[in-house]
Design a protein around this ligand. Structure first.
Ligand code: SAH
Length: 237
């Protein structure tokens, strides 16, 4: 079973990215492409491996990602959502070139304490939102196969590997060794061992929970969210 074959039912799979650079290769592969402009965004309808898909940019940050996700579900009737893009590595041993497939997502900048526990989304009763295990397992397998087959050695990522774990999202490009250490340690102290940090995933997770739409997130590590993150991010992308 492949990721695409899951879309054999009528409703299309959405493939979301944040940046045009993350999406470009997918648009190049799209068959019978049709661009629809909605909510001030471009949505690309078409087929991949004979299955209907919709490609879209979340844009950057949680609010933009939530808007795109709601539009994909309400306007385009997608039945599953997969996010693919880059992120900063936060966990020990999560290095540039590695892939992190999310098991859960959390908003690292959400704080309604002391009214609710730190990181908890009010009235959802939890801080962490689970990804769909079937989609995530397929992403994990696909990522492992891709790293095994592609010629990453020439790019200096010969020992790149795939991790599974918690990804944190927030409206901030984390770019400082002290900041990323504090973020990792503070969250670990609250019981949240974070592997990677980005700006959209947890928003997509929350909207997908509201609509009952399965989703999964994979992120390639572009930087270590440290003092050189802005340079590493640009070089990698
Ligand atoms: N250069 C872009 C802005 C990129 S913002 C522009 O000009 O439009 C960074 C993007 O990469 C976000 O989508 C975020 O999800 C991800 N990302 C990569 N590294 C990150 C980090 N260290 N902290 C937060 N987000 C990061």
């Amino acid at each position: 079973m492949s990721l695409i074959s899951l879309g054999a039912a009528a409703s299309p799979i959405a493939i979301l990215s944040a940046l045009p650079q993350e999406q470009r290769g997918l648009i190049a592969l799209l068959q019978q492409p049709q661009k629809v402009i909605h909510a001030n965004r471009d949505f690309w309808l078409g087929n991949l491996h004979g299955q209907p898909v919709v490609l879209a940019l979340s844009r950057i940050g949680k609010v933009a990602a939530a808007t795109t996700t709601a539009a994909l579900i309400e306007r385009f009737g997608v039945g599953r959502i997969v996010f693919t893009g880059v992120a900063g590595g936060l966990g020990q041993g999560v290095k540039v070139g590695d892939v992190v497939v999310a098991t859960e997502l959390i908003q690292h900048d959400l704080d309604v304490s002391p009214l609710f526990p730190r990181y908890e989304v009010p009235h959802y009763g939890k801080a962490r939102f689970h990804c769909d295990p079937v989609l995530s397992a397929l992403l994990f397998e696909a990522s492992r196969n891709a790293l095994a087959h592609e010629s990453l050695a020439s790019h200096g990522y010969a020992d790149a590997c795939v991790h599974q774990g918690l990804i944190a999202s927030g409206d901030r490009f984390v770019c400082g060794a002290d900041e990323s250490r504090m973020l990792r340690d503070t969250m670990a102290g609250a019981g949240h061992a974070v592997m990677a940090v980005e700006m959209e995933g947890a928003a997509i997770a929350q909207v997908c929970l509201d609509y009952g739409v399965p989703f999964a997130v994979m992120r390639t590590i572009s930087d270590r969210a440290d003092d050189s993150a802005h340079v590493d991010f640009h070089d990698f992308v």
